[in-house]
Design a binder for this molecule. Structure first.
Ligand code: NAD
Length: 384
């Protein structure tokens, strides 16, 4: 049963499920379709979430490049207000224009809501031919600091010249006059809190090992500091094993033996690269869910972008968005519903008759986003 909430704008839809009929209040979640393939995959994820029987009250908020083109603002203040108030959002991808335009909406959300950890599970589901069987790992990465802090100086700037002079006078290293600089800040406090998130995630999901990924042999005062901070936090978690690995060796291990990897915790850049490798190991971006989390809010969204060439073509794989929805359910404490949703997605993929172009097997015709979502919803409505 779908009803419009009487006290809210007509953008808010209340989906009443069994839980509410049994007296449970609906979960209040911000819903951001985004742009490009975002509206397609988010609609599929919303339908699948509702088909679990859990009750939601969605607050639909627009953000992204299409809104910017129409109204000159890619993210009105109501988006942040809505997420702050509800604490949870399901978000579709949003395009960031190259060059002129506006800064990344994801960056703005992470900064304004202090979503300091990015969590990206990579799990191979039977039936995805390109997936490496046995892969079931999670990458937890810092969302702030590191080389993504945006502290950069063009080679020709007076700031770069001043920094080159400072470096020459302090340690004698003379950098070439045409050197540009990107600064890599890593703090003890940020390292500790992402480490704690990684261990808490490991504990909550029954994982056995957390591995810190770094290059402390070369960058002692940033990666070395990160490693020491994570090791200190590891001491608080006696039941979870801890080890560490150089990032180059970790990348090789991921490709050669992904089944040996469990929970990896890393600064931003390494985490970003390793999670794209992880996505490739499980069948591509269409299969890679994730979320960004801080102490107050969590935003659930697929790792993939807005894939503009697939926009409006009912073609994209919504699995990553749906699996992000399953992570959202776990965050809300709805573990049985999360298991059912993940099980339905896994079953439809393994069956292989109603899947999208990127995971379809030979001799089977792919279906579109909507038809795949229909199959997941049907499976949830009438499990075998
Ligand atoms: P992308 O992830 O959008 O697309 C790369 C390719 O991956 C696509 O061409 C497509 O072949 C495939 N792909 C991605 N998602 C898929 C899906 N669900 N199903 C099937 N195939 C899928 O990366 P890009 O082309 O580098 O970025 C496009 C835009 O998205 C850019 O503007 C970028 O800034 C933005 N972006 C947004 C987010 C986000 O909002 N979270 C993340 C990454 C990129």
């Amino acid at each position: 049963m779908v009803a419009v909430h009487p006290r809210r704008s007509n953008a808010t839809i209340v989906q009443v499920g069994d839980d509410e009929l049994n007296g449970a209040l609906p979960h209040r979640v911000t819903l951001i379709p985004g742009d490009g393939i975002g509206p397609d995959v988010i609609d599929a994820a919303r339908r699948a979430l509702e088909a679990t029987g859990v009750a939601f009250e969605w607050d639909r908020q627009e953000a992204g490049a299409e809104l910017f083109e129409r109204e000159g603002d890619p993210m009105p203040p109501s988006v942040i207000e809505s997420i702050r108030e509800r604490g949870v959002a399901l978000k579709g991808p949003t395009s960031t224009p190259r060059g002129a335009g506006f800064r990344s909406i994801n960056l703005a959300l992470r900064q304004q809501l202090d979503l300091y950890a990015g969590i990206r599970p990579c799990k191979a589901y039977p039936g995805v031919a390109t997936a490496r069987a046995g892969t079931d790992l999670t990458i937890v990465r810092m969302n702030h600091e590191d080389l993504y802090a945006g502290i950069e100086y063009a080679h020709s700037s007076p700031e770069a010249a001043a920094l080159r002079d400072l470096i020459a006078s302090s340690d004698g290293s003379r950098l070439a006059d045409d050197v540009g600089l990107s600064i890599k800040p890593i703090s003890i406090s940020a390292s500790r809190r992402v480490a704690r998130r990684a261990f808490e995630y490991a504990r909550a999901s029954g994982r056995s090992t957390v591995t810190a990924v770094h290059k402390a042999t070369v960058m002692r005062h940033t990666d070395g500091l990160f490693l020491r901070a994570v090791s200190e936090v590891a001491d608080e978690y006696a039941n979870i094993a801890f080890d560490d690995r150089l990032v180059d060796s970790m990348a090789a291990e991921l490709v050669a033996h992904p089944e040996r990897c469990d929970v990896l915790v890393a600064p931003v850049l390494y985490g970003d690269v390793l999670s794209d490798i992880g996505a490739a190991l499980v069948g591509g971006l269409g299969m890679a869910p994730g979320f960004s989390v801080g102490d107050g809010c969590a935003v659930f969204e697929a790792v993939h972008g807005s894939a503009p060439r697939h926009r409006g073509r009912d073609r994209a794989n919504p699995s990553a968005a749906m699996l992000s929805g399953a992570l959202l359910l776990r965050h809300l404490g709805e573990h049985a519903a999360a298991d059912r949703l993940e099980g339905a997605i896994a079953a439809v993929i393994e069956e292989g008759r109603t899947v999208t172009y990127d995971v379809v097997r030979k001799q089977t015709a792919p279906v579109g986003t909507r038809a795949y979502a229909d199959a997941v919803v049907e499976r949830l409505a009438s499990p075998p």
